[in-house]
Design a protein around this ligand. Structure first.
Ligand code: PGA
Length: 245
């Protein structure tokens, strides 16, 4: 990434309905008046069915919308239940999360993730590429080896990295309330940046309005991917505000 933005990405996972969009005015209002608004990017990744109505609600707000996954094929096809990157772009998505551990756990491997990233880039979407080690791998002290492999395989034969944001999400910290020790996290982010010099690197995993105070002190992090806490507009706003205090 060549720009200077701090990213705040909301991953709504399989939560939310049309009524959840009612709270978006809070974030729109906050963002308009927030002094740092020129240096941050806020991106909401709701379930696919909400991409269109959410994009409409956020029109002119400078808050962008993304998806949480896509099919590896960027053309139409007989894939019941699937949605491809071109279709997501068509309904207003600018970004797509790929390689999230919840999808890796249900069978996505690095090769498939690589195909999905290529298809998303082809369709003109920006990619939020998730990597992270499991607790077992952390205990075995092979975190860097795992991350290196995920980066190498996931980004295999992708020459133009400009539209890829990397999100480091330790699997053991997602939805558990646990976050890595600051020194470990800073070291891991540095490691990822040493491998991928041009990419922004975000942290994700149990980010909340309390632990953001600790996380914001790690200065090599380019932003946060927030799951649970992002479904509550007040908490998400709090996280953003406190990141700059
Ligand atoms: P969490 O999820 O903030 O609820 O831990 C993060 C993520 O899965 O992206």
């Amino acid at each position: 990434m060549t720009n200077k933005y701090m990213y705040f990405i909301a991953n709504w996972k399989m939560f939310g309905g049309l009524n959840s969009l009612n709270s978006l005015h809070k974030i729109v209002k906050f963002f308009k008046t927030f002094k740092k608004n020129k240096s941050i990017k806020i991106i909401y990744c709701p379930p696919n069915i909400l991409i269109r109505p959410m994009s409409k609600k956020l029109k002119n707000s400078k808050i962008e919308v993304g998806a949480q996954n896509c099919h590896e094929n960027d053309t139409y096809g007989a894939f019941t239940g699937s949605v491809n990157s071109m279709m997501l772009k068509n309904v207003g998505a600018k970004y797509v999360i790929i390689g999230h551990s919840e999808n890796r756990q249900s069978g996505e491997n690095d090769r498939l993730i690589n195909l999905k990233i290529k298809s998303a880039l082809n369709s003109g979407l920006k990619v939020i590429f998730c990597i992270g080690e499991t607790l077992k791998e952390k205990r075995k002290k092979i975190t860097k080896k795992v991350l290196n492999l995920q980066l190498r395989k996931g980004l295999n034969k992708i020459k133009n990295n400009r539209n890829i944001i990397i999100a480091y999400e330790p699997v053991w910290s997602i939805g558990t309330g646990l976050i890595p020790k600051s020194t470990d996290l800073s070291d891991t982010i540095d490691f990822i940046k040493s491998k991928k010099k041009k990419n922004k690197v975000l942290y994700g995993g149990s980010v909340n309005p309390k632990n953001i105070i600790q996380l914001r002190s790690i200065d090599n992090i380019d932003g946060f991917l927030v799951g649970g806490a992002s479904q509550d507009a007040k908490k998400f706003i709090d996280i953003i505000k406190k990141s700059f205090n």
